[in-house]
Design a protein around this ligand. Sequence first.
Ligand code: DGY
Length: 322
Amino acid sequence: MKNKFKILLTRKLHDFVLRELEKKYDVTVHSGKIPMPKKILMKKIQDKDGLICFPYDMIDSDIIKSGKKLKCISTYSVGFDHIDVKLAKKRRIKIGYTPEVLTDATADLTVTLILDVLRRVSEGDRMIREGRWKEIFGAYDYVGTDVKGKTIGILGMGRIGMAVAKRLYPFGVKIIYHNRNRLSKTREKSPHAKLVTINTLFKSSDIISIHIPYSKETHEIVDEKLLGKMKKSAFLVNTSRGKIINESNLIKALKQRKISGAALDVFRNEPIGKKHMFTKMENVVLVPHIGSSSKETREKMAEITMMNLKLGLDRKKLLYSV
Ligand code: DGY
């Protein structure tokens, strides 16, 4: 009988997926420290044909070079900035990812964050839990900001950016966007979106929402200069990748009240601890990288991750290939 392919999962995935994988492959699931320590990963990958990984696993050149038998890497994420794609491709290793299925969940979370930071929802929740409700009875106390009438600036009008724009348009907002390419007139039409330069986006928006992928080119693209163009009354929302923003520049802008607030799902180094500067700021809403984290979406992502791996090991076309 032909030897089974060996596969490694850097952490546990849904049971229904594990059961499926175990029927066909010799499966190893890492159960220790998360993310899987590099040394252990380098060792465990040596005899594996397939790898299922997550956004916190750095699949860099050391890992790929150690995986001498590696035929397919399947990441449980839409982002693949944690994988050395160039080297993997050079070694003819297939790479699968999970776009589309998480568009709605991520767009829902983005809108949630926008409403939260504008209407100070999480801040109010903290206030009640700390027994401070009585401080806010006056007419001017604890006022938030309306969404209606505002200009929303979408940085990166891909699937998620567009889904956010479409959700927000019915609130009575103006949508502007910055993207590498202009969208077709038909696509622009339904959220009535207008292409602008990145400088205009930062200058004119009341709420800026980031939806570009992370890469060398987008590393800390949102820096002091761009943040300095924002209105004092504006908010910044990021559900993409933390390193797109220069975090110390953002902290400075928030501290000095050069912008009104921020809502963040992603950070430069994750997870952030309770002593992080952001946790001290009332005008910042924080969530622990949960853009795709709904039961339904995560199950679909798990299914696609498994399918991509199986197809890759069979040397077939992946459902979603990087
Ligand atoms: C992704 O899939 O890349 C999301 O950020 C969730 O990790």
